[in-house]
Design a protein around this ligand. Sequence first.
Ligand code: CNA
Length: 280
Amino acid sequence: GQDASTPETLESRTLEGIARYIKDGKAKKIVIMTGAGISTSAGIPDFRSPETGLYANLARFDLPHAESVFEISYFRNNPNPFYMLAQELDPSKFRPTITHSFIKLVHDKGLLLKLFTQNIDCLESRAGVPSDSIIEAHGSFATASCIECKSRYLPEKMLEVVRKGSVPQCEDDTCRGLVKPNIVFYGEPMPESFSQNKTLPADADLAIVMGTSLTVYPFASLPGFCGEGVPRLLINNEQVGSLGSRPDDVLLLEDCDSGVRKLAKALGWLEELETEWAKT
Ligand code: CNA
């Protein structure tokens, strides 16, 4: 949890302390880091929540272990569990949460340095965050391609084939490789956009980490790139990573949506936030 040391930068290690810091104009370059927990209230299960998480519900697929569904070597031999899951997770079925709209609002205020997301559901874009402000660290469902020759495949077409219970294959007759959305599987390299920007948190004057277990590397190392003395706010159901260990870390251990509402209220942004969310 949050250690007891007195803050160096914030007036107090509380949500109000963070709000004051922002209102005083000290946070002009906010880096936001997110994971599956910001989309659970939209109805998309995360990986690791007990009972509701995907890993807890993969037994029916008879996998060697839960992560196999996202392993490139497993996918090559048996893509069916992934495609079954892809059908359920079809991102067009879900609406952004108020947490996504909060990120849009931070952007509209001119305060967003960058959003790093592990999510593949494209809900940040759907909430209106412009693509050049988003680093999709694990890719997304927005594009798809052949895992062998890398040629592009229309994602709508992929979902159409998947919905019929068939396996989408490369349209090049000499290839016929499997098609997969361009999400990063275990065993695949990170996107260049991530590698090129991963030290960007060092330029931030505030970090907000939300809805992630911070267990997947290299993403999980991002909050560590923030400078010492730069406040880091965690809004999550549980304490994760090393957040709470620095004197200007603030832990808000609760639901993301209620947490961002509290922060927005403390900032005097709540009405604007609700209006923004109503547009989605
Ligand atoms: P995770 O490991 O499942 O962790 C989720 C974290 O969020 C946990 O600490 C939960 O306690 C917390 N949490 C869940 N719901 C809430 C909530 N409503 N409010 C506050 N906290 C909550 O997920 P990570 O993102 O950390 O793991 C990385 C994987 C998950 C990435 O590679 C993603 O691609 C992948 N994933 C993405 C999605 C998506 O795009 N929506 C869904 C499922 C998995």
